[in-house]
Design a protein around this ligand. Structure first.
Ligand code: ADP
Ligand code: MG
Ligand code: ZN
Length: 477
């Protein structure tokens, strides 16, 4: 394998989160009763005319802006002709010669090395419906037909499965930060086709590429690529490359972990593309262009700002920006004047560390306001750090709750006044006269024992005060 170079180009379909479909006003919602969100346009009835959704265009412009791409002020929709039961028109409306987004790039980092991956294009198109195979019968659900997709095509610049995953994660976070898609991989709103080829090291021309279709988890994408690279290398080394590696579409069998031939690969000429006469060429007016180009701050710039302005460690900044939800919590806490480092630790270590079994910030029931009040009470010394942890564990188990009532219920109110703390200390000391004597004979490490006993007695006691008060009482004792 070490004598070959891996070449990968990725095509990613992102489902845009518009309320309605790209060419009609049916809802785009996921999981509804089959064939309820349909109309003559998305059913492909003869004579029904498509009308382009302005929001979908705006979201495509935002994406183009985020990847420093050329935005084509004039783009054209074309018909991609093929028959399939989930495509009643027998053509898909897509873009071919002039896509809305032209050349751009995405920066990735693998093992500390930064690399630019070229984006060839990103175009708008409609999704097809869904075939459901159920024993001997097959059914078709057209709810998904005509939902807006942005297809993002990379240059064959990717050189390993690790780079492919870094690229996909970056792309995923860009569309999530732009909030143009929920990018939910299980629901198919972010799916990837991987084009894979190899060539002997040192050669410059490309060899035959194989396309692996519809991969919908990072783990499977990585496995599929690695299997395919190995298969092609083996074929090359056994002298059967020309027979075994042909331009085709393959599917990844997730059970067996292998790729299997699905069909020969069509060339674009096979689709008989032509401009769709039902749709005018798209002209982006300045107002729409301006709206689309206004984009929120993206992960890379946030990482820079968090480290340089908020003094957060780079690694922590990267963890926060892995997830737009986490960013929202973090920025809310900072805005509310919680110290950035405190906010960071409580968010990514304490809270996220307690989330298990697929629970995420978005669905754990603990709101950013909950976390803010908890940290505020900690800052006001109404609770101790240990108390705050107990409280957080309780919140996670019960999927949220009222912070102030819980502090009372769980007896976590911190005791700050000296008199109350001294009362507890004196009780401990009088119950442990023998140990006090040992301390006085010079066994200074007994102090730790007393601190432990005091804290055990009443977990609300302010730990910062215990040490000094204890020493003072031992001296007077
Ligand atoms: P198609 O629709 O036929 O799949 P596209 O132009 O949409 O064609 O996508 C082709 C993809 O294949 C691009 O991502 C491109 O980078 C990639 N690609 C082209 N040649 C190779 C190659 N030799 N090895 C790996 N990937 C390749
Ligand atoms: Mg393809
Ligand atoms: Zn419709």
């Amino acid at each position: 394998m070490s004598s070959f170079e891996t070449i990968i180009g990725l095509e990613v379909h992102v489902q845009l989160n518009t309320k309605t479909k790209i060419f009609c006003s049916c809802a785009t919602s996921f999981g509804d009763k089959p064939n309820t969100n349909v109309c003559p346009v998305c059913l492909g009835l003869p004579g029904a005319l498509p009308v382009l959704n302005r929001e979908a265009v705006k979201k495509a412009i935002s994406f183009g802006t985020a990847i420093n791409a050329v935005i084509n002020q004039n783009s054209v929709f074309a018909r991609k002709n093929y028959f399939y039961p989930d495509l009643p028109k027998a053509y898909q409306i897509s873009q071919f010669e002039i896509p809305i987004v032209g050349k751009g790039n995405i920066e990735i980092e693998v093992n500390g090395i930064i690399k630019n991956i070229g984006i060839t294009r990103a175009h708008l198109e409609e999704d097809a419906g869904k075939n459901i195979h159920d024993g001997n019968i097959s059914k078709v659900d057209l709810n998904r037909a005509c939902t807006p997709l942005l297809e993002i095509v990379s240059e064959p610049d990717i050189r390993s499965s690790d780079e492919a995953i870094a690229y996909l994660k970056k792309l995923h976070s860009i569309v999530r930060f732009l909030e143009i898609s929920d990018a939910n991989m299980q629901e198919g709103s972010f799916r990837c086709d991987a084009n894979v080829s190899i060539r002997p090291k040192g050669e410059t021309q490309f060899y035959t590429r194989v396309e692996i279709k519809n991969l919908n988890s990072f783990k499977f994408i990585q496995k599929a690529i690695e299997y395919e690279v190995q298969r092609q290398c083996n074929a090359f080394e056994s002298g059967v490359y020309a027979q075994e590696v042909v331009q085709e579409t393959r599917l990844f069998d997730t059970q067996k972990g292998i790729t299997k031939s699905m069909r020969g690969k069509e060339e674009s000429a096979d689709y008989r593309y032509f401009n769709d006469p039902d749709l005018l060429p798209v002209f982006l007016d300045p107002v729409l262009l301006d709206e689309g180009k206004k984009i929120p701050e993206l992960p890379d710039s946030k990482i820079k700002r968090y480290t340089e302005v908020l003094d957060i460690k780079e690694n922590d900044a990267k963890v926060i920006t892995q997830d737009i939800e986490c960013v929202k919590y973090f920025e809310f806490l900072v805005e509310k004047k919680i110290q950035p480092k405190v906010a960071c630790t409580w968010l990514i270590v304490e809270l996220q560390g307690r989330l298990k079994n697929g629970n995420t910030l978005a669905n754990c029931g603990i709101t950013k306001e909950n976390l803010y009040i908890l940290l505020l009470r900690l800052q006001e010394q109404k609770i101790s750090g240990a108390g705050a942890k107990v409280l957080l564990t309780n919140l996670v188990e019960n999927r949220g709750g009222n912070i102030d009532s819980l502090i009372k219920e769980l007896g976590l109110e911190q005791i700050n006044d000296d008199d109350s703390i001294i009362k507890v200390i004196d009780e401990i000391l009088s119950n442990n006269a023998d140990k006090v004597a040992e301390y006085k004979e010079g066994k200074e490490k007994m102090l730790g024992f007393f601190v432990g006993q005091v804290m055990k007695q009443s977990r609300g006691i302010n730990p910062q005060k215990v040490n000094s008060l204890l020493k003072a009482r031992l001296q007077q004792n």
